[in-house]
Design a protein around this ligand. Sequence first.
Ligand SMILES: NC(=O)c1ccc[n+]([C@@H]2O[C@H](COP(=O)([O-])OP(=O)(O)OC[C@H]3O[C@@H](n4cnc5c(N)ncnc54)[C@H](O)[C@@H]3O)[C@@H](O)[C@H]2O)c1
Ligand SMILES: [Zn+2]
Length: 360
Amino acid sequence: MHSISLPTYDVLVKHGGLAGVADIARAATRANRYAVITDSNVVRLHGERVVTALGSVGTRTFTVPAGEASKTRETWARLTDELLEGGFGRDSAIVAVGGGVVGDLAGFVAATFMRGIKYVQVPTSLIAMIDASVGGKTAVDTPRGKNLVGAFHQPAAVLADPAVLGTLPPEHFRSGLAEALKHGIIADGMYLERTIADAPMLLDAAARRADATEALVARSIEIKAEIVRRDEREQGLRQVLNFGHTIGHAIEAASGYSLLHGDCVAVGMVYEATMAVKTGVAGPGTARDVRRAVERVGLPTALPPNVTIDRLIALIRADKKVRSGALRFALPREIGAMASGDGTWSVPVDESIVRAVLAA
Ligand SMILES: NC(=O)c1ccc[n+]([C@@H]2O[C@H](COP(=O)([O-])OP(=O)(O)OC[C@H]3O[C@@H](n4cnc5c(N)ncnc54)[C@H](O)[C@@H]3O)[C@@H](O)[C@H]2O)c1
Ligand SMILES: [Zn+2]
């Protein structure tokens, strides 16, 4: 068991911890009623257990169709209407049980319903455990792009039970490992090496060891928590978490969101590490090590066919994380340390270099 403290909440990582969800939710929210928001896959596998554990009269389940397509203002409107119709008020709390889609959506409902009510994150995918559930970013997508309407709203508690990953489809587990690699590359080279070494065991659900999975999740959360603690609202340091994501998001968008997020981030990390070398921010060994890490975990390293460089550049420019003028990237200085970019934690890269790296 691992407990990680953020300024206003704790994250508990515990194999089998789901059984204790009611105690955690009660202590953290002091709510009289719970609205459990989950998705159509997770409800049967784990959601119903959470509802039973919460047990109190008036707990209700709100199930959205699984998948990114549910992360919209329309679903947000439907959920808030249903909460109002169900008589939920300021004394209620939301319990988000699912992957990052459920976490972001339920978090945004919690941020806005009655001007903000408490919520507990019970992440069930690897991405949600090590990334989405921690840090208080909530959002929905719009036709113009992902996460464009949202709010910072910190959870009251996070309960990550790695045992639930036993039912996660293997491709989603592998994709989640991309974020673990990212955490290692930006802040902890030893963690990177351990993740690579453990990958074959972690990727095989039958061989997966509880202690190793707990340690994987806990260390990743610690790294993210340490960064978020120092820069909750992404004014500087939190940029480092975007390593691999500027290119990754562009690939994701270019694929019409048909590729998994972590797979796109893996490719993004390989190209962005190359940019770090080409701009002299990092030595050649860094790009080599990033590529090796991605390969060893079985994640993709190359751009998918039929995305053009012009399209990627246009998408990068449209990304809200890129300021006008120069393209900026969060780049590693070496494995375990990011370039500070004079405190902006992003580095301007000439478009000609970006194009050359993407074309190589
Ligand atoms: N807020 C943040 O800081 C942050 C960070 C990273 C990602 N995100 C968001 O998270 C989303 C991606 O998260 P995701 O990959 O978890 O997507 P997801 O929520 O769509 O989950 C992936 C799939 O796995 C299923 N699933 C989840 N847990 C399961 C389990 N234990 N067993 C079986 N199936 C399970 C889901 O039903 C879904 O089909 C994106 O919308 C992204 O923007 C947010
Ligand atoms: Zn990510």
